[in-house]
Design a protein around this ligand. Structure first.
Ligand code: 5AD
Ligand code: FES
Length: 354
């Protein structure tokens, strides 16, 4: 049977029961245009405001190591990129980033790195405990890749609150075209289920416009989100990096990324959704537009200025030449310019908020 869809009707349907079929999502994505986008964004803003008003949560991102044992084809800090100047921050360096961040109003610290074996479980546990001891009113978010259930459990038991691990793409075959053979979509997803079971607030997400991605793949990503029910969903456009096998692949578009943000807001009404640095990189107003499409989180960089340019996941990444304090002032102004307010608190998901 041939089904005839209408985008506006489907957006209404999604708003009402936050559920669509894969075909319905694909149709919406294929037929995205300025009119359907505007319609979707006005609904997405209404839902964001219902749960979070015009509050925007900030997370301080600390990129503490750019060593990585993996070789993801899209990523600028992949193992085989010998042009990267590798660095590691010590526990003391990380704590001074937190110190500065706390003074600037951050109550969440996101510790992100490549998959770097130098940081043993003991080291990670010690960093988490130290941060929680010095900043008991702050949340610690880890973004350090695939680990075993026991490892995730050990970090959680030492005080980590949240974990970010993008699934990158829910489709096995697509996953295999973006990653080397030793990585699999299956294991990635299992990690996410493990994190949920342990009790983390879990964030996942994907790149929009990654090489070989189809609207059907994006529809599968949406169904995976609906199934996993993560607390946070981070998406951004794929942006090519000159020293990777995908150097000449076209980047994702702002329009499609914004549209996916809107769909995520309607699909997971209470999710914490960052308006990402990658979105700000492909368009000077990208982060503002992300919030206006339904996002409610921004993640300014707290890494020391000396290492910022070395954490280049993609070309032309913004905010690599700015002090953390400058970024915070800039971000507050940007959010105020669209009627939103940066909030000083942990910014837990509503289901975790006391
Ligand atoms: N373009 C956009 N996003 C990228 N990431 C990695 N490389 C790129 C790129 N070239 C994203 C991945 C990863 C997150 C930390 O950054 O989705 O999970
Ligand atoms: Fe970093 Fe504007 S947010 S310079």
């Amino acid at each position: 049977m041939i089904k005839i869809y209408n985008s506006f009707f489907l957006i209404d349907k999604l708003e009402k029961n936050s559920r669509l079929t894969a075909d319905e999502y694909s149709f919406l994505i294929k037929n995205q245009n300025p009119n359907t986008s505007d319609y979707l964004f006005s609904k997405a803003r209404k839902i964001r405001e219902r749960y979070y008003n015009n509050d925007v949560y900030i997370r301080g991102l600390i990129e503490f190591s750019n060593y990585c044992k993996n070789d993801c084809l899209y990523c600028g800090i992949r193992r085989s990129n010998s042009n990267v100047q590798r660095y590691r921050l010590s526990e003391k360096d990380i704590l001074s980033c937190c110190d500065e961040g706390y003074r600037l109003g951050f109550r969440t610290f996101v510790l992100q790195s490549g998959e770097d074996g130098y940081y043993t479980d003991d080291k990670i546990v010690s960093i988490i405990k130290e941060i929680k001891k010095c900043f008991p009113d702050c949340a610690v978010t880890l973004s350090i890749g695939e680990k075993t259930f026991e490892q995730y459990k050990a970090y959680f038991d030492s005080g980590a609150d949240r974990y970010l691990l993008r699934h990158e793409t829910a489709d096995n075959e697509h996953y295999n075209r973006l990653h080397p053979q030793d990585l699999s979509a299956e294991n990635r997803k299992q990690c996410l289920w493990n994190l949920k079971e342990i009790g983390y607030q879990v964030g996942t997400g994907f790149m929009v416009g990654s090489p070989f991605q189809t609207p059907e793949n994006l529809a599968q990503d949406m169904l995976f989100l609906k199934e996993l029910q993560p607390h946070m969903v981070g998406i951004g456009p794929f942006i090519s990096h000159k020293d990777t096998p995908f150097a000449h692949m076209p980047s994702g578009t702002m329009e499609q990324t914004l549209f996916m943000i809107g769909l995520i807001r309607l699909t997971l009404p209470t999710a914490l959704i960052p308006s990402t640095t990658a979105l700000g990189t492909i368009n000077p107003m990208g982060r503002e537009k992300g919030i206006l499409a339904g996002a409610n989180v921004v993640m300014p960089n707290l890494s020391p200025l000396a290492v910022r340019k070395k954490y280049m996941l993609y070309d032309n990444k913004i905010c690599t030449g700015d002090e953390s304090a400058q970024c915070v002032v800039c971000m507050k102004k940007r959010m105020e310019s669209i009627g939103c307010k940066v909030i000083v608190n942990k910014g837990d998901h509503v289901s975790f908020a006391k």
